[in-house]
Design a binder for this molecule. Structure first.
Ligand code: GFB
Length: 279
């Protein structure tokens, strides 16, 4: 995967001048799981603000017809009613663990509205829940919970040691398989014409506890060792239950890959590609 100099305005502009895209899917970001966010709020804020402004403004300057950027359900207010929907992004402070990332991502929505107001641009954003799948970042320290647990189980199996799940296992999350998310991105790019963002999520009823997620990984990896919980580690936000009502109004028949199947496929990919996997 090529690394592009998107933190630099001139180099980003030069890239867009060269390619002159008519449609842009903007995924570039500094990202990480809970524990990376806790450590680097300043870097998450600065890097993402620079990347987002450079990408959006370069797209505008070369006349791109559409830009679809990527937000996240972790940017929603921490203290809120549930389920959370697209109208609630700016209703209160995000969880303190990832305020740098969250405010930087919220500003994409502000910027999209401003491009529409001043120039009539169709720059929009999607709001996925926790994404996982093949080619993820399986780093234990920096990555998200699902790839982190897959890597930990792999190591526990090879060392004959216990699996340690961080936190209490009680927080709840909705997960989306990266292949499902990719299909939905293409739909948004082609068919979704609102500037208002749209949540891309499985239903509220499909939300899982971290303990249930660990159990799914243990089963998929055929792990028979001990499972412990390190409650000295942060739980992060307890939950961020999102409504997929808007998505369902557009796409009532979209079928998400069943969670256990998606976990199986991701575990198999990691095991088969252990040497090359990002970790
Ligand atoms: O995916 P994750 O790191 O991020 O999940 P968030 C964190 C939850 O999983 C916490 C528990 O409740 C952790 O205590 N957990 C258990 C683990 N074991 C592990 C492990 O081995 N690794 C990790 N990482 N967690 C992120 C945001 O929040 O959500 C980001 O910080 C991002 O900004 C992402 O947007 C989608 O869901 O808590």
């Amino acid at each position: 995967m090529a690394r592009l100099p998107l933190r630099d305005a001139a180099q980003t502009r030069a890239l867009f001048e060269k390619v002159r895209p008519t449609r842009v899917i903007h995924l570039a970001a500094m990202v990480g799981g809970l524990f990376r966010n806790i450590k680097y709020n300043l870097d998450f804020w600065r890097k993402n603000i620079h990347i987002n402004d450079n990408v959006l403004h370069s797209a505008f300057e070369v006349g791109a017809r559409k830009v679809v950027s990527c937000l996240s359900t972790c940017i929603f207010p921490d203290k809120t009613s549930y389920p959370i929907d697209e109208t609630m992004i700016h209703n209160g402070p995000p969880h303190s663990s990832n305020f740098g990332y969250s405010y930087a991502k919220r500003m994409i929505d502000v910027q999209n509205r401003a491009y529409f107001q001043q120039h009539g641009c169709t720059f929009t954003a999607v709001i996925p829940t926790n994404v996982f799948g093949p080619h993820d970042n399986f780093s234990i320290e920096d990555g998200h919970v699902l790839p982190g647990l897959i890597h930990k189980v792999h190591l526990a199996k090879s060392r004959g040691s216990a699996l340690t799940v961080w936190g209490t296992g009680r927080p709840r999350r909705q997960f989306i398989y990266s292949l499902d998310l990719a299909r939905l991105f293409i739909w948004v790019l082609r068919e979704y014409d609102e500037v208002e963002p749209i949540i891309l999520s499985v239903g509220e009823e499909d939300e899982l506890s971290i303990q249930e997620v660990a159990e799914a990984v243990v089963e998929a990896m055929d792990f028979h060792g001990e499972v412990t919980f390190d409650t000295t580690k942060s739980d992060g936000q307890f939950k961020k239950t999102a409504s997929n009502g808007k998505l369902r109004a557009y796409l009532p028949d979209f079928r998400f890959t069943p969670f256990k199947q998606a976990v199986q496929e991701t575990c198999a990919w990691f095991t088969d590609n252990y040497e090359q996997a990002r970790k």
